[in-house]
Design a protein around this ligand. Sequence first.
Ligand code: NAD
Ligand code: UGA
Length: 460
Amino acid sequence: MKRNILCIGAGYVGGPTMAMIARQCPDRRVTVVDINEARIRAWNSDALPIYEPGLDEVVKTCRGRNLFFTTEIGRAIAEADIIFVSVNTPTKTFGAGAGAAADLQYWEKTARLIVEHATADKIVVEKSTLPVRTAAAMSRILHAGPSAVHFEVLSNPEFLAEGTAMADLARPDRVLIGGAETPSGQAAVAELVSLYAAWVPRERILTTNVWSSELSKLAANAFLAQRISSINALSALCEATEANVTEVARAIGMDARIGPRFLQAGVGFGGSCFKKDILNLVYLCETYGLTEVADYWRQVVHINDYQQKRFVAAMVRAMFNTVADKRIAVLGFAFKADTGDTRESPAIRIVRLLADEHARVVVSDPRALDNARRDLADLGDRVAFDADPYAAAIQADAVAVLTDWREYLSLDFGRIYRGMRHPSFLFDGRNFLDHRALFDLGFNVQAIGRTPLSHLDTET
Ligand code: NAD
Ligand code: UGA
């Protein structure tokens, strides 16, 4: 008999992941629950709570057939055989480990809910990103009561990236499943392997012990973020030496041992996970007394902060050391293209630093304006919002591009330039526009890791 699947947590991971399982395994009943009623209502509506290319179509095909979204958590737990836990695990903001450790309160509450409502044996799958050895704590909570129900805890971290979630889920580089090295642990691993094998080639499904699986997730994010901080660190040196960071990235990326991806210099990494997962790794290292290892990884976050501050300092410097009362159009607020997500977006920090300098900032973004308004609510009328990038740039002194939205490549920058105050500045925080063409239009162009293109030097 095909066993019922439940996912607790209907967020960026739970929603898309379960939609993919429902599509690939039409004979499985997949239920997604959440304590957030508004979010569940949205999952059941035509306006899904998150934007991911391709997601709408899969949800529309499967919803009501074998994919269900509900707030009836207790009943759903009782009916499920395999329970994925995909709740948020943010950085702790209080008490011991504040600012570094993972806040496990949501995850712990979920474990207790499972104990309360389970009446038969279940496989519990950690989908959330968690500190190493969390599975041991989960198993202890699950087996603490008088009930004879047995829970087998597996680790199955998610590697999808936002904006490409559906493609990543359909063709993952790998699926990682960690289980206990016991007969029941291995039986549970085999069951989860067979679920994914419905669409993932068997050689891409990797099985390990639980601790390796938990640590691999933190390690993968740390490695990816480290590459970004490495190229961003070099971008500062490029600016000082007239080397071009794009050329450097290309040159090193052609070495097969290094590879070309994740070498795009910019305003730094954002998103809900890189920073929190590295800080979590740092905290774990410190907990085990590995101070040097902790310091090594902490530096990845330091360089990211430095890059954002450096970007704003360069803007102010270029604009004659003051941006007070100058209008600056920020194009792009999402932490990356193809998502409306703004969690930890570099744009948040950059807009705040510009507001501190008394600039008049106007934010534009094709998908993330609602989130931007929420993120910057405390700035009041020191920041404005306009979905239309042309309107945002009217009478602006500068345009700062902070998200690599594809549509920005085809903007009519001539029109933007004509509507701006002069001299007009363009700061490319993603290093992806045609700088020579922008310069020829009249802009003073400054990009990361490149020599500025300025009309001002020759005018005096
Ligand atoms: P999210 O905040 O979008 O979603 C989490 C959901 O869990 C929320 O809707 C919340 O209401 C719900 N929740 C919290 N406690 C609950 C409870 N007791 N019962 C029911 N629902 C509860 O988070 P997310 O971005 O989906 O991330 C979830 C986990 O996956 C995190 O550990 C994250 O690190 C990891 N992860 C995220 C991504 C990503 O791209 N966002 C990728 C890989 C891994
Ligand atoms: C990242 C990982 O790529 C996923 O594998 C992982 O599952 C996920 O975190 C997670 O655990 O949450 P995501 O944050 O959605 O995914 O997006 P990325 O494509 O990794 O981009 C992260 C940030 O780095 C973005 O702000 C992006 O603009 C920036 N970035 C990326 C660069 O600045 N340069 C690059 O070369 C690549």
